[in-house]
Design a protein around this ligand. Structure first.
Ligand code: ADP
Length: 376
């Protein structure tokens, strides 16, 4: 029996449960709150903030390998544990260049991987050279668009800077993309790499609403994205699964936007639509099992996030039942105790047969799901 420790107990850890059962893996979780989704499926829970390294030392004593559901950890503190022999997968050295968005951009640029133009904004430094629109990002701890600001004028920039209180910041060019893409890729301890289908992601207000798999792309773009994924996992010597988010411009140029060193929202469709889910793949890589096939088991799929649209303690049973009636639909509900605006409460994946007109049909099904979910 393998015992896997997970830092973080949100929905990404919760969705590991089925794969853990299948592979006879015990999940032990470090998470701050008893009401976090993964507490319900964990063999054992250490209730502590995810950046509390003393608690991670306890976690290490209960498991064979530790992985991350959330990368906002204290790497310096964890490195003491790694030196004492605690096994982190991915290793801390694979995480190190990624946790700060500026460092991540530099890492990619230095490996000749395509990224938007960017520069670090030091406190008090001049922004007069910036060409608007620009995208301002807090360098650490951004997620779901928190800490990302699309700014059209110097006045907007000045106003936002006042609220950010000297946090380290990254400025980058605004990319007027045609579409956003993403890809999941996993690497094993023996260096085997598998790459999932390239998907299209659709964001609104910087938050992912829909994912269409596979993206409707020329073969050359698919190959380019797969190559980026392989170069990155190889150069970081990753053991585990990573999500890579990209922009595709109108001219057919691919730029990497962001690397998630873990399972990712853009890979949720793999649970119902692929031979091996991203969660099983992660456990396979961690537990030295051969990687599974990333292939689709259907012609395509659309995944729609169920985002909170009000403050409520409802379990939305009626809506979930309506969604489950959509042909080919799988409803995943994270059983969070409270709904808040924008909070990820669940998702629906609908499998699609027949690849003709797939994108259009996926968009229509997305609208159907969203009209049921957001109808008040
Ligand atoms: P987070 O870490 O919060 O997910 P991201 O950097 O991925 O933040 O940005 C969230 C979304 O904001 C992206 O999916 C995209 O829609 C938009 N965005 C981010 N950077 C840029 C950019 N340079 N140009 C245009 N849009 C951007």
């Amino acid at each position: 029996m393998n015992r896997v420790g997970i830092i973080g107990g949100g929905q990404l850890a919760w969705m590991m449960a089925d794969a853990a059962k299948k592979l006879s893996v015990e999940l032990i979780i470090q998470t701050p709150s008893q009401t976090d989704p993964a507490v319900a499926i964990a063999t054992q829970t250490i209730l502590a903030p995810i950046d509390d390294a003393d608690s991670t030392a306890h976690l290490a004593a209960c498991c064979d390998v530790i992985t991350f559901e959330n990368e906002f950890v204290d790497l310096d503190a964890l490195s003491h544990l790694e030196k004492q022999g605690v096994c982190f997968r991915p290793s801390l050295s694979a995480l190190k260049p990624l946790l700060d968005k500026y460092d991540q951009r530099c890492y990619l640029r230095d490996r000749h991987l395509p990224v938007p133009k960017f520069f670090a904004l030091e406190a008090g430094s001049s922004t007069r050279t910036a060409e608007f629109p620009i995208v301002l990002k807090t360098r650490r701890h951004g997620y779901d668009g928190q800490g990302t600001f699309i700014l059209k004028t110097a006045e907007e920039l000045a106003a936002i800077l006042k609220t950010l209180n000297d946090q380290p910041l990254l400025v980058e060019e605004f990319v007027p993309f045609d579409r956003e893409l993403a890809v999941m890729a996993a690497r094993s301890l023996t260096g085997e790499i598998v790459v999932y289908p390239v998907v299209e992601t659709q964001q609104e207000n910087q938050v992912c609403h829909r994912v269409i798999a596979p993206a409707d792309l020329p073969a050359s773009i698919t190959v380019e994205v797969e190559t980026i994924a392989r170069i990155l996992l190889e150069s970081l010597q990753v053991v585990g699964i990573f999500g890579i988010e990209l922009f595709l411009t109108h001219e057919g140029k691919v730029l990497v936007n962001e690397i998630a060193p873990r399972t990712h929202n853009s890979g949720h469709y793999t649970i119902d639509a692929c031979v091996t889910s991203q969660f099983e793949q992660q456990l396979r890589a961690l537990c030295r099992l051969p990687l599974g096939s990333p292939a689709l088991t259907c012609d395509g799929a659309v995944m729609v996030n169920l985002l909170g649209y009000e403050s409520s303690e409802s379990d939305y049973l009626d809506k979930r039942q309506q969604l489950a009636k959509i042909p080919g639909a799988f409803v995943h509900w994270y059983s969070k105790t409270e709904s808040r605006l924008g909070r990820k409460l669940g998702h629906v994946t609908v499998l699609l047969e027949d690849s003709s007109n797939l994108r259009q049909r996926a968009i229509e099904i997305g609208h159907t799901i969203e009209s049921i979910w957001y109808e008040t």
